[in-house]
Design a protein around this ligand. Structure first.
Ligand code: PMV
Length: 383
């Protein structure tokens, strides 16, 4: 018996970090996916191991099913409790394994991802042997929501095979989960995200589960029906960073300067709300109307980037992208946690492909990686 589930990555158009402190944020799914293949052996196979194969980093883990209780004692015995505090020891254990294996850039991210895997697996499917294979189009830890896409696709696959949600396996191709099923997968994925990121806002797993464009504030999701085709260039600076540490850094800054930081978060809240209302505002009368709205979005992105700098999460590599694109009259902002990672640049509808080509060439000469991804596609799907 097997199922494959996939979930998309995301970009945050406005409001990252401030969203952790209660401000609104706007995010969109992108057409890059993480996919989880979950295979449950039949009883005749006599298989008593749980194996996890992370294809992109070429790592394989295998645990005798009876031993998982020892590795994750607290969470297995009490899956109702929040996993955030109980997994530190296990993360250290997995880190020790990675230490022995090979040089990997984001060891902590991978170790906490493996612990999130074990926690979600045992909480949803219990003590069953299985082979789980994970592959992804998303660069790890770069702000495109790779961990959320992992937690969402894993939760989807586990729920589909646990029988706790109804899925129609007879349909051809990728099939979206129903709304109730999406909500359940999103809830589990959020628990996984807490293990990986400490105190996430939930925006990443929510947009990965439901897809499309969303506004997110204090855990409440509003779907945005966009009348505007937004084209964004995504530049991966390839500078590694740790979301958990960056989120904690912003909270520390807020403790030191509560009034100033509250004003910053309030300003971001206005920016996100205005961003959402521009992209969902009714039809566009003509090209001038589109240009005016794009101009407003550019200004909002510029202000948001300035405020992210105030929060201390920009980085020299991000500023290089901002300065490079501004030479072509384009506006960029970091997306996700910052500190490196990815930057988005609005590509106006009337911008020629020749200019886009030149910008990309210049950014690639700096050692960055560029891609133009489809924005606002489907969320969690299975086949
Ligand atoms: O997953 P990342 O690195 O793209 O960043 C997540 C966005 C934050 O706002 C920084 C954190 C959060 O939980 O909302």
């Amino acid at each position: 018996m097997e199922v494959r589930a996939r979930a998309p990555g995301k970009i945050i158009l406005a409001g990252e970090h401030a969203v952790v402190h209660g401000s609104a944020a706007v995010a969109a799914s992108i057409g890059l996916y993480t996919s989880v293949l979950l295979h449950l052996p039949s009883p005749e196979d006599n298989d008593d191991a749980l194996t996890l194969h992370l294809m992109d980093v070429d790592l394989k883990f295998s645990w005798p099913i009876g031993r998982i209780k020892e590795i994750l004692p607290h969470s297995v015995n009490n899956s109702a409790s929040s996993p955030t505090t109980c997994c530190e020891e296990t993360i250290k254990l997995i880190l020790a394994v990675l230490e022995d294996s090979k040089k990997l850039e984001s060891k902590i991210g991978i170790a906490s991802g493996v612990v999130a895997f074990l926690w979600l697996y045992t909480s949803i499917l219990g003590n069953k042997a299985a082979k789980v294979t994970v592959s992804s189009d998303l660069p790890l830890g770069s702000g495109l929501g790779s961990s959320a896409a992992f937690c969402v696709s894993l939760s989807g696959a586990l729920l589909a095979l646990s029988g706790s949600v109804e899925v129609d396996f007879d349909r051809e191709g990728w099939v979206s989960f129903g709304e109730k099923e999406q909500q359940l997968a999103n809830k589990w994925a959020f628990e996984g995200e807490k293990i990986i990121h400490g105190k996430p806002s939930g925006i990443d797993n929510t947009v990965s589960t439901f897809g499309n464009l969303i506004k997110f504030k204090s855990g409440v999701l509003t779907c945005i029906k966009s009348n505007m085709t937004l084209k964004m260039l995504i530049t991966n600076t390839k500078v590694g960073r740790n979301t958990k540490a960056l989120v904690a850094g912003v909270s520390e800054r807020k403790k030191r300067h509560p009034d100033a930081m509250t004003s910053v978060f309030t300003a971001v809240d206005f920016i996100s709300n205005e961003f959402a209302s521009i992209i969902q505002s009714s039809s566009f009368s003509d090209d001038d109307d589109v240009i005016k709205k794009e101009q407003n979005i550019k200004e909002l992105m510029e202000m948001n980037q300035g405020l992210l700098k105030c929060m201390g999460v920009s980085h020299a590599s991000i500023e290089t992208v901002v300065q490079t694109t501004v030479k072509y009259g384009l506006t960029s902002k970091l997306t996700g946690a910052g500190g490196g990672g990815c930057v988005i640049t609005l590509l106006p509808a009337l911008l020629s492909s020749a200019v886009i080509g030149k910008v990309i060439e210049e950014l690639e000469q700096c050692g960055f990686q560029c891609l133009i991804a489809e924005i606002g596609g489907n969320g969690l799907e299975f086949r």
